[in-house]
Each structure stands twice: as structure tokens, then as C-alpha cells.
Design a protein around this ligand. Structure first.
Ligand SMILES: [Zn+2]
Ligand SMILES: [Zn+2]
Length: 377
């Protein structure tokens, strides 16, 4: 490699040796636009110039490389030169960044060889509280696009083979190299596939994918909550041209339950009890989520809204052996549609009542009396 024929980087970028970063950048942009190969098709001189501009900018925009260049000249970046070894490898990648930055070609970069990851799918599933309690294995049917069996996803009719693209030799990308620069872009001949299909597969019209109903088993663990998301890796749409498949996400929602409201791992239910049970005490049965029954003992004098806790009769905690509790709230039901006899009995009961039987009302109405009495004075 001869350094003597190389132009000075500052001259190449048409800047002074003390130019600052913004001057360097704007001059580089101006020149890169002017000599870009897309703007000068078939002009070899422009292409060489374009590469020189890029090479110069790569060095001068980097403070360390610029210092090395100022000190040692081009020798700084030659094999065995003044600490420049190893810079070469990094050039191709940083070069493509500038390239995209300048010309907005980022979109052409992904999908090497035309391979694309399949799309993720979302499946909404409603389950009952009992199912969330016990967990279950659900069978679901989802329409998914899968790799075409007739052509194994290649897209060519059976018995025919896709031809290797002559433009890129099957690589899907075309490169032009000079020195340590590599210009790389998606092959215009095959759009990155690397292959040309002449006879399209009739099953998939050459797409390589077909839509099928697929049955999947989904394992729903005990304790799942409303909004839980289950990811089934690789069960989404098939990839394009051999790309990896997407994922399937199952979004769970819990149906309303006729008795229970859930609060984390705890379950709540409201049970109406008669005035007599509340006053005299008693016992009643409530259903549990595990489809059993449990007894609740109500002591004499139970007030409405009182809650009773039944330990470990709630929901399981997801991926744990812990169980939540069940809370039973009693609501005292005031008797309605009384017969004459019942009315008489209650009236008689009332006559026998005193402040002792209704301490709360007694206390309240005493306060009300005091309140008005104080205002009058
Ligand atoms: Zn096919
Ligand atoms: Zn090609």
C-alpha cells in the first residue's frame, strides 16, 4: 500500500486543517450527496471520489483517529503503522450508519436474504373463576399462516426449483468493495430473496405460506388473574422465506361470578341473613370456589355488614402453594310483606325493647336530642 498517492483527508473534504466538527460534517454531507453513486450511475470517478470522502470523514470525525492522522498522516492507518491497526474492520459498519443517516436507507437493512420474522398473534380468552381457581388445559383453534407444505415454504411449484438470482449470486445483497470499504444494499433483482421463482407453487401462489386452522393446547396455571398474558413462543405466524415464526399471546379475562368478587387471592361474597338469625345467632352454609360448602356461625347480636373470614378458602396464589382467604359479609334483611300477626308480634316486641336492646340507635338519638337542645338555648 502506497501512501504517497493518497490525497490528504483535509483536501478531500475541502476543509482547513483546523476545521471544527460542524464544518467537517456539513462539507462531508455536501460532497457525499454530490458524488453518491445513485446520483452518478456508471461514473467510476464519482464512485472513487465518494469512497475517498467517506474514508476521510471516518477518520476526521473521530477525535483519536484525527489526532493520529495529524501526527502520522496516512501511515497511521496502515498495517503495522502508528497504532492504526484494527481501524479497518470498524469502517464498514460505521460507514453503513452514515450511509443510512444521509440517505434514509435504514429500511433496506433488515431482513437479510429476504427472511422475515412472522407476526405475533393475540388471542382473547375468557375463563370462569372456577377455571382460574383450578387451572386448566384449554384447546383453542386459531387461524394461522403456516409454512406451505406443498413447497416447504420456498414458493416454487413442486418439481421446479427456484433459480439462484444471477444479480447477487444468491446472497440477497450486493456489495461493492474497495480497500476496507464495503457498500452493501438489498439486491434489486430478487428483493433480497437470493432466488428467483419462475413457476409459483399453486397451493400458496408463491407466498410460501398458507392459512390453516390450528388447534393448540394452552396450559392455564391455577391462580391466573384478569389480564394475565400467556406467551407461546414460536406459535405465531410463520416467518417469511424461512424466517423465524412470531409468538402467540393469550390474553385472559375472567368472567363475572354469581357469588364471588375477587380481590387478589381473596374472595368476597355477601350473604343476606334474616333479622331473627342476626338477633338470635345461628348458622348457615355458603358455597366455596372449590365447589364445596362451608359453615358460617353467626353469633347473637350480629350487625349488618359484619365480615367473617374463612381462612384458605380463597384463590391460589399463582405459582405458589399459598391460598387466599374467603370473606363472607352478612347483610341483615329487613322483613317485608308482613302479615297482621307478624306486625302485632313486632309491635309487641318493640314495646318490650329498651335502650339496652338497641344501644346504637339509643346512643344516636340521644346525641340528636342534645344537639337540638344546645341550639335552642
Ligand atoms: Zn407453496
Ligand atoms: Zn439477487
Amino acid at each position: 500500500m502506497s501512501t504517497s498517492t493518497k490525497r490528504c483527508y483535509y483536501e478531500t473534504l475541502e476543509v482547513e486543517r483546523d476545521a471544527d466538527d460542524s464544518v467537517l460534517k456539513s462539507s462531508f454531507r455536501k460532497l457525499a450527496m454530490k458524488f453518491h453513486p445513485d446520483r452518478n450511475p456508471g461514473d467510476d470517478t464519482s464512485e472513487v471520489k465518494f469512497k475517498e470522502i467517506n474514508e476521510a470523514y471516518e477518520v476526521l470525525k473521530d477525535r483519536d483517529k484525527r489526532a493520529a492522522y495529524d501526527r502520522y498522516g496516512h501511515a497511521a492507518f496502515e498495517q503495522g503503522g502508528g497504532g492504526g491497526a484494527g481501524f479497518g474492520a470498524g469502517f464498514a459498519s460505521s460507514f453503513s450508519d452514515i450511509f443510512e443517516d444521509l440517505f434514509g436507507m435504514a429500511g433496506q437493512r433488515g431482513g437479510r436474504g429476504g427472511r422475515e420474522r412472522g407476526a405475533d398473534l393475540r388471542y382473547n380468552m375468557e375463563i370462569t373463576l372456577e377455571e382460574a381457581f383450578g387451572g386448566k388445559t384449554a384447546q383453542i383453534e386459531i387461524p394461522v399462516s403456516v409454512t406451505c407444505e406443498a413447497c416447504s415454504g420456498i414458493g416454487a411449484k413442486a418439481g421446479t426449483k427456484p433459480k439462484t438470482c444471477s444479480t447477487c449470486g444468491g446472497a440477497g445483497r450486493v456489495r461493492q468493495s474497495q480497500g476496507f470499504f464495503t457498500l452493501e444494499r438489498t439486491c434489486p433483482g430478487c428483493q433480497g430473496r437470493g432466488q428467483m421463482i419462475e413457476d409459483a407453487c399453486p397451493s400458496c401462489s408463491g407466498q410460501g405460506r398458507v392459512t390453516r386452522e390450528r388447534t393448540l393446547s394452552v396450559n392455564i396455571p391455577p391462580g391466573v388473574e384478569d389480564g394475565t398474558r400467556i406467551r407461546l413462543a414460536g406459535e405465531g405466524e410463520a416467518g417469511v422465506r424461512g424466517g423465524p415464526p412470531g409468538d402467540l399471546y393469550i390474553f385472559l379475562s375472567l368472567a363475572q361470578h354469581q357469588f364471588f368478587q375477587r380481590d387478589g387471592a381473596d374472595l368476597h361474597c355477601r350473604v343476606p341473613i334474616s333479622m331473627v338469625t342476626a338477633a338470635l345467632g345461628g348458622e348457615f352454609e355458603v358455597p366455596t370456589i372449590e365447589k364445596g360448602k362451608t359453615k358460617v356461625k353467626v353469633p347473637a347480636g350480629t350487625q349488618s355488614s359484619r365480615r367473617f373470614r374463612i381462612a384458605s378458602k380463597g384463590m391460589p396464589v399463582l405459582r405458589s402453594r399459598q391460598m387466599g382467604d374467603m370473606y363472607v359479609q352478612v347483610v341483615v334483611e329487613t322483613p317485608q310483606n308482613l302479615t297482621k300477626k307478624q306486625q302485632e308480634l313486632l309491635a309487641e316486641f318493640d314495646k318490650l325493647s329498651s335502650g339496652n336492646t338497641q344501644p346504637e340507635s339509643e346512643g344516636f338519638f340521644t346525641k340528636v336530642k342534645d344537639f337540638f337542645g344546645n341550639r335552642a338555648s
